[in-house]
Design a protein around this ligand. Structure first.
Ligand code: NDP
Length: 250
């Protein structure tokens, strides 16, 4: 086991260790923003900055590293870059949150998370991990993982788009989302993101990618539970059969 694998295991254990805190305390951004978290900046700029870290750190380490750039490696690279181009450069500016703010503490901690997460994955693919042979493209783990990744990304993008569309009237309030997976769960965008990075972990079959999937679930399951409780408090007629984040389960 390499030092990078050990670091990924420690990092994964940290994700699990902070779940109780995440369950107790909703991270203060979006609908859960509240006073007492220090200075804030523009929500859109904050999202752009904190997510750009992940794009730059991963791409820099991948491209600069000596590992061979085989076809499967380029697929991993393309998926990561496509996701983070959207998340850092497109998504923030499409949200209808102009004038809203996000605490610098959240931006800073998300950026720090992204340095470690993108750092571990970038070091693995670019420098110290396996060089995946072209034959990996036909490995069942690669194929199944890719299908799961694409399905999760599709759900995530569709759901974020639907939420953004709820403010088509130019307002900044909240409405009950309807349609598609929203009829089953409150947060299909979070569900899709968890599915997506689980698929990535499967197709890469390495510990840094697994740590990212675990972190995504550790971040987003508590956030979705907070959102779900908030919807129920805020809308008395909120559909009673809707779950929070995993259809029919949670
Ligand atoms: P939310 O669902 O809280 O918000 C997404 C956007 O839609 C925000 O602009 C929000 O506005 C708006 N919105 C949400 N619900 C409603 C509603 N009912 N009515 C009107 N507008 C609404 O998502 P997050 O902010 O938690 O996350 C954004 C994206 O980032 C998601 O795709 C998520 O999966 C991803 N993410 C990934 C993480 C990871 O660890 N991999 C961690 C965190 C997020 P407002 O901001 O005003 O609430």
């Amino acid at each position: 086991m390499t030092a990078l694998d050990i670091a990924a295991i420690v990092w994964t254990l940290l994700a699990l260790a902070i779940v109780p805190t995440q369950l107790r305390m909703a991270a203060p951004y979006g609908r859960h923003v509240r006073a007492g978290w220090g200075p804030s900046i523009s929500n859109q700029l904050g999202w752009c900055l904190m997510e750009l870290v992940s794009l730059l750190v991963f791409a820099g380490l991948f491209l600069a590293g000596p590992n061979g750039k085989t076809a499967p490696m380029w697929v991993f690279f393309a998926l990561w870059v496509a996701h983070y181009v959207n998340r850092s450069l497109i998504f923030p500016w499409r949200t209808r949150t102009r004038g809203k703010t996000i605490p610098l503490a959240i931006v800073g901690s998300a950026a720090a998370f992204n340095v470690v997460n993108a750092g571990l994955n970038g070091l693995y693919f670019g420098w110290f991990g396996a060089v995946y042979p072209t034959a990996w493209l036909s490995d069942p783990r690669f194929i199944a993982g890719l299908v799961i990744f694409v399905a999760g990304a599709g759900i995530n993008l569709w759901s974020d788009n639907r939420l953004i569309g709820l403010r088509a009237d130019g307002g900044q309030g909240y409405a009950v989302p309807r349609g598609g997976l929203f009829e089953r769960i409150s947060c299909p965008n979070h569900f899709g993101e968890i599915v997506q990075w689980s698929g990535f972990a499967l197709m890469c079959w390495n510990l840094p990618a697994l740590s990212f999937a675990v972190w995504t679930a550790a971040n987003l399951i508590p956030r979705a539970l907070s959102h779900h409780a908030w919807y129920r408090r805020t809308f008395p007629d909120y559909p009673a059969t809707r779950r929070a984040v995993i259809p029919a389960l949670l």
